[in-house]
Design a protein around this ligand. Structure first.
Ligand code: MAN
Length: 561
């Protein structure tokens, strides 16, 4: 037996343990028993026109073109697509184009699992325990070989590992169910978000329409303004001009008063110095009543002064008030002076103080009147030359901001809708893994998989990271790989494959891409990564999300999971 990996081959055993009856020729598998029941003759399975004597079965001579007369020897082992070309003895077609009727030598393997062994390994002097644990493949003891029956021990180990595998599978499937539940919750949240966003978008849409209507209305009414009678800005403009000149007047006066105050303070300081000197230097022995009275008066004055100056206006505060009005300090008069439609503003603002139904009514009537007046040439149609009134600007800004808010929300809604429709695999199970990353090392790199995002090659030597592809879709592929002892393998069957494409460009080649093959496992793990061809990577990854759940569709998941 040349194949290796005990458990790899144990996995290939799949024919049940039905033992062939004692009276049957050696090597006949359960499904071929019916062809060997006659005690006197044998008809070639694939060539019913050829009938042999029963004694020709297993006589170590290949008599049937399909080799069916030698189930227990290697005599017909050459009927194999790999054998050299030759006309087969008795070939009805006269060519080598004949296939063997039997899949191999049947090892009963009592105590374990029956299995077929390729005929070429029958009586080749090697005990093929991996497929034939009962040693029945070496009955002629070629080269003196004696194959003991090891089925008890091998069967026991096989059952132990099978049980372990079954338990692992059970735990993995439970974890998958948890993931499905999490995904369902995440999906529910997205649905709630979408419902809320839809309401918000609807409201914003209405608001947008309202703002548009308001803008149209304001623009229309502004065009019908009364020609102004009191210079730029109408009455409000006059008021603004008066206020500005009055403020300037007050500022100038304050400036002058402040100068006077400073002059007076200087004088007081000088006089206080003179009197302080007089008090310190006068001769009290000269009985000069005038001097004495002056000193006494000074002492009384000084005693009456507060030790701290009280509540004086700080110079900095005065300077601040004295600063010229501009855009950055005081009042920005320019803002009020450029307004064009002040009379209408006043009217408009005045309307705002009315109860809503009255205001709307008055406003509507006024507008109608204006429009009628314009249409009949009574009022000038007053298109803005260059600028526009603050009312129109405000209405325009309100409309633009409503339009903007609407389109931002609509964008969010569309993004969430795309998210909901995305393919997250069977039962939506991968939704719960989105955004999570796992990695595993191979050679000089760490390889990172971020679910539904990207794959990355990270140099262990600090040479930076390389994008190996961005997620595009989920596919399915058939794989046929040997079972592994540690269970970290894809095995055989349809497997989910995540495609990551359009990664970083490969020098002199295409953009990098990664195929992520998924196998069932209890935990998320990158099992191995290989560069199958230059810049085309293959990752094999275990995850409970990749397990098959045998649960009937529609059966609710139990709560304890
Ligand atoms: C880097 C790595 C390799 C890749 C080469 C291609 O060394 O990304 O995986 O094969 O670039 O030049």
């Amino acid at each position: 037996m040349r194949r290796t990996g005990a458990l790899a081959l144990l996995g290939a055993i799949a024919h049940g343990s039905l033992a062939a009856s004692e009276s049957l020729p050696r090597g006949v598998g359960p499904e071929f028993v019916k062809f060997f029941e006659s005690k006197t003759t044998f008809t070639c399975i694939g060539n019913p026109s050829i009938t042999l004597k029963a004694s020709q079965v297993n006589d170590d001579s290949c008599d049937c073109p399909d080799g069916s007369d030698e189930p227990g020897t290697a005599a017909c082992a050459n009927i194999d697509p790999l054998s050299p070309e030759q006309p087969l003895p008795g070939s009805v077609t006269g060519t080598t184009n004949t296939t063997a009727a039997l899949p191999g030598f049947w090892c009963v393997n009592a105590g374990h699992v029956g299995s077929y062994l390729p005929f070429m390994y029958v009586n080749d002097g090697v005990c093929d325990y991996q497929l034939c644990c009962d040693g029945s493949d070496e009955n002629t003891h070629a080269g003196g070989v004696q194959c003991e029956n090891r089925c008890d021990a091998i069967g026991k180990e096989y059952r132990r590992l099978e049980e372990q595998r079954r338990q692992n599978k059970e735990r993995s499937v439970k974890k998958r169910r948890t993931l499905v539940k999490e995904s369902r919750e995440l999906r529910r949240r997205v649905e709630v978000k979408i419902a809320n966003l839809k309401t918000e978008v609807r409201d914003l849409d209405a608001k947008k329409a309202e703002m548009q209507a308001k803008f149209d209305e304001v623009e229309r009414s502004e065009r019908g303004k009364v020609v102004k009678s009191e210079g730029q800005g109408g009455k409000l403009g006059v008021l603004v001009a008066l206020a500005k000149s009055r403020v300037n007047e007050l500022r100038n006066t304050l400036d002058k008063v402040t100068d006077q105050r400073d002059d007076l303070q200087d004088k007081v300081d000088q006089l206080e110095d003179i009197l302080t000197k007089l008090k310190e230097e006068y001769n009290p022995n000269f009985n000069d009543e005038g001097v004495k009275a002056a000193v006494k008066a000074w002492e009384d004055y000084a005693a009456g002064q507060p030790s701290e100056p009280k509540g004086d206006l700080a110079d900095s505060d005065i300077m601040e008030v004295l600063k010229e009005d501009s855009e950055t300090s005081g009042i920005n008069w320019a803002e009020f002076e450029t307004g064009e439609a002040s009379d209408v503003d006043v009217v408009y603002n005045w309307e705002a103080y009315l109860p809503v139904p009255v205001r709307d009514y008055v406003h509507q009537k006024l507008n109608l009147l204006r429009v009628w007046a314009i249409e009949n040439g009574i009022l000038a149609d007053n298109p803005t030359s260059g600028g526009e009134s603050r009312l129109v600007t405000a209405a325009r800004e309100a409309r633009d901001s409503a339009t903007n808010a609407h389109s931002v929300k609509l964008g969010q809604l569309e993004e969430e809708q795309r998210e909901l429709e995305k393919d997250y695999g069977p039962d939506d199970v991968f939704r719960a893994l989105k955004g999570k990353c796992i990695s595993g090392e191979a050679g000089e790199y760490d390889y990172e998989l971020c679910w539904f995002d990207k794959t990355t090659q990270k140099s262990k030597k600090g040479h930076g990271n390389t994008n190996m592809g961005n997620f595009v879709r989920i596919d399915k592929e058939f794989v046929d790989e040997e079972e592994r002892l540690d269970g970290k393998g894809l095995g055989k069957g349809q497997r989910l494959v995540l495609r990551y494409e359009n990664g970083q460009g490969c020098w002199n080649g295409p953009n990098r891409r990664t195929d992520v093959y998924l196998g069932c496992a209890e935990t998320d793990e990158v099992w191995r990564t290989v560069e199958a061809e230059k810049c085309v990577y293959r990752m094999e990854v275990g995850s409970p999300a990749a397990c098959e759940d045998v649960q009937e569709p529609g059966v609710p998941i139990k709560n304890e999971l």
